[in-house]
Design a protein around this ligand. Structure first.
Ligand SMILES: Cc1cc2nc3c(=O)[nH]c(=O)nc-3n(C[C@H](O)[C@H](O)[C@H](O)COP(=O)(O)OP(=O)(O)OC[C@H]3O[C@@H](n4cnc5c(N)ncnc54)[C@H](O)[C@@H]3O)c2cc1C
Length: 421
């Protein structure tokens, strides 16, 4: 019977990078993956181009993970975006920065290349892989194992392959979240965590489009507006603001500004979108001045001067049955209200996109039970959680993959130090 120093469950970025670094230190490392294909989610990241990390300092990085960002501070100090860039460059795959978005991609714009570098590095470092191997359960041996060869403290990992069993001194759960289940991430890690005594913060889809009541913008799907201010109102109280690009799709609102917000949004919340880049009172004054000076101009002449997509303006006028050729001097109070609504255009949320289309999972293994300096469980020695299985989720832009690398690296630092027994 082989006793592994480390078994990692999952071949996402966190599991692979943890495996690579631990194997480099000489520890016997086995990675189990339920799919035939390794790193399935990594392959579709960034629409197959793989946005690996983001520009900016660690302080601003941490703000992109909602309230739980501070948990990642130590991990990001251990392995920061510059370290990630250097690592890929040293292996012949430099990253390039897209200035306008701050996102880093591999120079070849191919997630296949990213995965290849990672798998090749792991194999070179001595990692053993087993694909098509779905882990069913992980338990800690208490007393002796069945054939009395092991004492307390080791982990027993049972897989679906005829209940094949593996034993290890350390376990890293790198099973990701529960969204995009077709990539293998079906929330199994939460089950393992619970069985080993952990609490789970209820997982829910995030980084996902938002569905709104009476959506009437299907005809302009594909139209986007850059850097609009989005206010989130619950029972008429502003609870959060964000600025980002929004995209009208066939069925919902999307784009980075919207999907980054999805982790906070609940049914019946109201999103107020400021299309005009002016505060409502400033927009009111602008309109007031314009109508004083140009009363004979048409509504469309004023609205087109705002440099918004024409089809968006036309759509909003159509929805509210406002004739674009009306003279500004002649419009009534309710027509004026429609024009002014462009600075806080309301959408009532019906739901966020479900697990099949959400790019990440909010919630997961409770952070209070994990040591942020090592990623080790505070409840169960030699058990580690890395990547998205934890209750961390970042905005779009490369934050989640970077978090996977940083937490995977941090766990490996600790496991590499553990004396073999
Ligand atoms: C469409 C899409 C695009 C994205 N684009 C980006 C992007 O450009 N940049 C970015 O930063 N983030 C992006 N993300 C998010 C990012 O891909 C994830 O946050 C990241 O992959 C999580 O890494 P991980 O290591 O935690 O696990 P994952 O990459 O989720 O991998 C977990 C692995 O564990 C395996 N596994 C699960 N259960 C078991 C089990 N019981 N036994 C064996 N194996 C198991 C799964 O099959 C899977 O391969 C995107 C996500 C999606 C869905």
């Amino acid at each position: 019977m082989k006793l592994w120093d480390l078994i990692i469950i999952g071949t996402g970025p966190s599991g692979l990078f943890c495996g690579y670094n631990t194997a480099l230190s000489g520890k016997s490392t086995l990675i189990l993956e339920k799919n035939l294909q390794f790193g399935k989610k990594l392959l579709i990241a960034g629409q197959g181009k793989c946005n690996l990390t983001h520009n900016g300092d660690i302080k601003s990085f941490l703000t992109k993970f909602g309230d739980n960002g501070k948990f990642l501070k130590q991990s990001l100090n251990n392995f920061n975006p510059q370290n990630l860039k250097d690592w890929f460059e040293s292996l012949g795959l430099p990253l390039v920065l897209l200035e306008e978005t701050g996102k880093y991609f591999p120079s070849t714009m191919s997630s296949q290349d990213v995965l290849k570098v990672m798998i090749d590095s792991c194999k070179k470092a001595g990692v053993i892989f087993k694909n098509n191997t779905c882990v069913l359960s992980t338990t800690k041996i208490n007393g002796k194992n069945e054939d009395e060869t092991l004492n307390s403290g080791y982990f027993k990992v049972i897989t679906t392959n005829d209940n094949e069993v593996f034993y290890a001194q350390n376990i890293v759960v790198a099973t990701g979240g529960m969204t995009y289940p077709q990539t293998g991430t079906t929330g199994d890690g939460y089950k393992f965590a619970k069985k080993l005594g952990h609490s789970i913060v209820t997982p829910s889809p995030c980084l996902t489009p938002i569905f709104v009541d009476n959506y009437s913008f299907a005809e302009i799907s594909g139209i986007s507006v850059a850097k609009v201010k989005i206010g989130l109102f619950r029972e008429n109280i502003l609870i959060k603001e964000n600025r980002g690009d929004i995209l009208f799709t066939h069925h919902n609102l999307s784009g980075p500004g919207i999907i980054d917000f999805s982790r906070y949004v609940k049914k019946n919340d109201v999103l107020k979108i400021n299309f005009v880049n002016l505060e409502p009172n400033e927009f009111f004054l602008l309109f007031q001045n314009y109508s004083n000076l140009n009363g004979a101009h048409s509504v469309k002449t004023f609205l087109y001067s705002l440099l918004l997509p024409k089809r968006l303006i036309q759509k909003i006028l159509f929805i509210h049955k406002l004739d674009e050729n009306r003279k500004i001097a002649e419009i009534n109070k309710s027509e004026r209200k429609i024009i002014l609504s462009l600075s806080d255009y309301p959408f009532t949320v019906t739901r966020v996109g479900d697990i099949n289309i959400a790019m990440a999972t909010s919630g997961g293994v409770c952070l209070q039970e994990i040591n942020p300096k090592t990623m080790e469980s505070k409840l169960c020695k030699n058990l580690y959680f890395v990547g998205e299985v934890l209750d961390i989720d970042g905005d779009t832009g490369g934050y989640n993959i970077q978090a996977g690398f940083s937490t995977g690296y941090t766990a490996s630092l600790n496991i590499s130090k553990i004396k073999n027994s």
